[in-house]
Write a protein that binds this ligand. Structure first.
Ligand SMILES: CC(C)(COP(=O)(O)OP(=O)(O)OC[C@H]1O[C@@H](n2cnc3c(N)ncnc32)[C@H](O)[C@@H]1OP(=O)(O)O)[C@@H](O)C(=O)NCCC(=O)NCCS
Length: 156
């Protein structure tokens, strides 16, 4: 397996992997996610390639893209309740279904650590849905721990 930075040339691969993630989200949270809208997603991701705060990393076997991770640097101004902060958000990660459970996700997270170190950013953060136990297991194994819980209820 080889890890490399993605370019716009890999957009098609990233879009198809992103479809898998969206499908999972739609299946479990149909009120919050819409069915995969390929053209809109492609435009959105293409726009991010021009954003210096964003890094796309790929895992490949020969030329086949097995998975990707998208990382985004955020800088927040301080305010009434907290100091300024800069952190790296692991915003998207997906591994092709037939390439899972072989260490690809783990290698992508390791590369996220490497990107954070290169950028001299100590905080790497992410959000993961409660239903997504396989993703939570991966993140737990890589040292992430929950730092806040979002709660909701439906008003009858
Ligand atoms: C979450 C996700 C990225 C994990 O990717 P992955 O490549 O399967 O991750 P890994 O292979 O590193 O680890 C997954 C499991 O395989 C196991 N594994 C790793 N290498 C292995 C090997 N060579 N042989 C057997 N098992 C192996 C790991 O121990 C881990 O086991 P666990 O789930 O029991 O803890 C992947 O499931 C995915 O793309 N899911 C859909 C998208 C998604 O949910 N994204 C996250 C949104 S927040």
């Amino acid at each position: 397996m080889r890890i490399m930075r993605a370019s716009e040339a890999h957009l098609d691969d990233i879009v198809s992997l992103n479809r898998v993630v969206q499908d999972i989200h739609v299946e479990h949270e149909p009120g919050r996610f819409c069915p995969f809208a390929e053209a809109a997603v492609r435009d959105y991701l293409l726009g991010l390639f021009g954003d210096p705060a964003v890094t796309f990393v790929l895992a490949l076997d020969e030329e086949r893209v097995l998975g990707y991770v998208m990382l985004h640097v955020y800088e927040r101004a301080g305010g009434a309740y907290g100091p300024p902060r800069k952190y790296l958000e692991l915003e998207q990660i997906a591994v092709a279904p037939d390439s899972r459970e072989q260490g690809v996700g783990s290698a992508l997270v390791d590369e996220a650590f490497a990107v954070a170190r290169t950028l001299e950013i100590q905080d790497l953060e992410l959000s993961v849905w409660q239903f997504n136990e396989s993703a939570q297991r991966l993140f737990n194994k890589k040292g992430f721990t929950p730092c806040w819980h979002r709660m909701r209820t439906r008003i009858p």
